[in-house]
Write a protein that binds this ligand. Structure first.
Ligand SMILES: [Zn+2]
Length: 489
C-alpha cells in the first residue's frame, strides 16, 4: 500500500452493557428482547418521588473490568447528573460520573503488524443507559415509539487516549476489549444486541513544509455498531478530512469539533452538529445517591473473582507449552473453554504443538460446522489425544490422520477403533527398511543420479516408498532409512 500523506489519529469511547440480571438503580430485568416497556418501574421511567439504589453487582463488574484494563481505582467516587432532554430519557437527566470516575489511567495491549502496542485508557466510568427510540424509517406516517426497557441498564464507558493510528488498530483494540470483557464475565459484548457500542473521535495530522504538523478538527462518529463499521467509517472519515483540508487548508482550524453519523448502506459519514461541551450538560452531583468508598478488601475480592486474563493466558501458553506467540494468540482468542480443552489434550498426549494444531485447525472448524454453542466440543479431549498418539505410533500423514478424525466423528469411536475400521496397518521400522530396499532396487537410475551428487534424485525413491505404504510411513523415518540404505547401495 502506498504511503499515506497523513497520519490518522483515533480515540475510542466504548460503551459496554454489564452482565447483571437487574438494572443499575432498580430491580427491573435487563434481559434482551422482552416486550417493549415491560421491564420498567417508577424508578427507571423517572416518576417523581422515587429513589435510586445502586446495584452492587454492577459496581463489582465495573471494578473487574477496570482492573483487567490496568486502571487505577479511585478510593472515593460519586455519581453526577448529566442533564439533557431526549424522548428516550424520561428523567431528563442521566446518572453518570463526571469529575471523579471510579477508575482512570489504564492501558490495553493490542497486536499490530509492527508488534504489540500499548493503548492508554483515560478513564472508565459507570452510568445508566437510555431507552430506545423506534423511528418510522419507511415513512408510512406512523409515529415514533419509545421502548424504556433499556433505560437504567448499567453501562461501562471506556475512553481511550487518541493513540490508535489506523482503522486496523481501532478494530484490534475493540477485539481485545471484547475478548477481555467476555473472558472476565463483565459483558457478553453482543454488538447486534447493542451490548457493545462505540463512538470514535478521529482527525488527521499532516506534516507541513515548515516542519510543523497541521491537524484537522476532530469529528466524533457516533454509534458504530459493528467492527466492520468502525474500520470502514474511520477509513472514510480520515480520507474525507484529508480532502477537505486540501480544499480549505488551515481555515479548517477554526471549525469547532463536530459529531457525525455513519451511513452503513452508502458507506459515508454525515457531519450532523456542533459537539456538545461538558458545560452544555450542567453536570452536578447526584443528591439521591451516596458516594462510594472502595477499600482494599473490596478490591482484593474482585481481583480474586477475575480469573485468568487473555494476556496472561497467552504468556502462559508460550512459557508452559512452548507455543509460538501466534499459536498462543489464536488459541486464547477463542476463550477459556478452548484454552482448557487444548490443555487437556496437550497433557494427555504430551505434544503441545500437535495439540495446538489440531485444536486450532480442525476442532474449531468442526465446532463451527456443527454450529455448536458455548462449550461443546466435537470429541472428548482424551479422544483427540488418542488420535495424536496413534498418528505418531503408526506414522499417519496429515491426510490419513484427518481421515481417522472424520471417522471418529462419524462413528463416535476412539482413534484406535477408527484406524482398524479404515483398515490402516501400521508399518514397523523393520518392514519399512525392507520397503526402502525394494524401492532402491526398483529405481537404479535414481540411485545412479544420487551417487553422481543429484540429491533431489532421492525424492523419487522416497515417493515410491510413500506410495507403497499408502502414505502411512513417517516421512522423517523414511528419509533416515533411505539415506542409510543409499550409503550401502
Ligand atoms: Zn426499573
Amino acid at each position: 500500500m502506498a504511503e499515506q500523506p497523513y497520519r490518522t489519529v483515533i480515540g475510542l469511547e466504548v460503551h459496554v452493557q454489564l452482565l447483571t440480571k437487574t438494572k443499575l438503580f432498580c430491580g427491573c430485568s435487563t434481559r434482551f428482547g422482552l416486550p417493549p416497556n415491560s421491564a420498567t418501574c417508577p424508578v427507571c421511567i423517572g416518576l417523581p418521588g422515587v429513589l435510586p439504589v445502586m446495584n452492587r453487582r454492577a459496581f463489582d463488574l465495573a471494578l473487574r473490568a477496570a482492573l483487567a484494563l490496568n486502571c487505577q481505582i479511585a478510593s472515593f467516587t460519586k455519581w453526577d447528573r448529566k442533564n439533557y432532554y431526549y424522548p428516550d430519557l424520561p428523567k431528563n437527566y442521566q446518572i453518570s460520573q463526571y469529575d471523579l470516575p471510579f477508575s482512570h489511567d489504564g492501558w490495553l495491549e493490542i497486536d499490530t503488524p509492527a508488534g504489540s502496542k500499548r493503548i492508554g485508557i483515560i478513564r472508565a466510568h459507570l452510568e445508566e443507559d437510555a431507552g430506545k427510540m423506534l423511528h418510522d424509517e419507511k415513512g408510512t406516517g406512523k409515529d415514533s415509539l419509545v421502548d424504556l426497557n433499556r433505560a437504567g441498564t448499567p453501562l461501562l464507558e471506556i475512553v481511550s487516549k487518541p493513540e490508535l493510528s489506523s482503522p486496523e488498530e481501532a478494530k484490534a483494540y475493540l477485539e481485545e476489549i471484547r475478548l477481555l470483557l467476555r473472558e472476565t464475565g463483565v459483558s457478553d459484548c453482543e454488538m447486534q444486541e447493542g451490548s457493545l457500542r462505540c463512538d470514535a473521535n478521529v482527525n488527521v495530522h499532516l506534516p507541513q513544509a515548515d516542519g510543523t504538523v497541521a491537524a484537522t478538527p476532530i469529528v466524533e462518529v457516533k454509534n458504530l455498531n459493528s467492527f466492520r463499521a468502525v474500520e470502514r467509517a474511520m477509513r472514510y472519515e480520515a480520507q474525507r478530512q484529508f480532502e477537505q483540508f486540501q480544499k480549505d487548508g488551515l481555515r479548517l482550524g477554526q471549525t469547532p469539533k463536530a459529531t457525525a453519523g455513519w451511513d452503513e448502506d452508502r458507506g459515508v459519514t454525515r457531519v450532523q452538529r456542533r459537539k456538545e461541551e461538558a458545560s452544555d450538560y450542567r453536570y452536578f452531583p447526584e443528591p439521591d445517591l451516596v458516594p462510594i468508598v472502595v477499600d482494599a478488601a473490596w478490591l482484593e475480592r474482585v481481583r480474586s473473582e477475575m480469573g485468568e486474563l487473555p494476556s496472561v493466558a497467552r504468556a502462559r501458553m508460550q512459557a508452559e507449552y512452548g507455543l509460538t506467540p501466534y499459536d498462543a494468540r489464536v488459541l486464547t482468542g477463542q476463550g477459556r473453554a478452548v484454552t482448557a480443552y487444548f490443555e487437556a489434550v496437550a497433557k494427555a498426549c504430551g505434544d503441545a504443538k500437535a495439540a495446538s494444531n489440531w485444536v486450532t485447525n480442525k476442532v474449531l472448524a468442526t465446532r463451527k460446522d456443527q454450529k455448536a454453542e458455548g462449550v461443546t466440543f466435537p470429541m472428548r479431549p482424551e479422544d483427540l489425544a488418542g488420535l495424536i498418539c496413534q498418528q505418531k505410533a503408526i506414522g499417519l500423514n496429515k491426510q490419513m490422520a484427518e481421515e481417522v478424525y472424520a471417522r471418529m466423528l462419524q462413528d463416535g469411536t476412539s482413534a484406535r477403533e477408527a484406524v482398524d475400521r479404515l483398515g490402516i496397518k501400521a508399518v514397523g521400522a523393520g518392514d519399512l527398511a525392507e520397503v526402502v530396499r525394494k524401492a532402491i532396487a526398483a529405481n537404479p537410475k535414481a540411485v545412479a543420479d544420487f551417487k553422481k551428487g543429484k540429491a533431489a534424485a532421492a525424492q523419487a525413491i522416497k515417493g515410491a516408498v510413500m506410495r507403497e505404504t499408502k502414505g502411512t510411513a513417517p516421512p522423517d523415518l523414511v528419509q533416515q532409512l533411505l539415506m542409510e540404505e543409499l550409503q550401502k547401495a
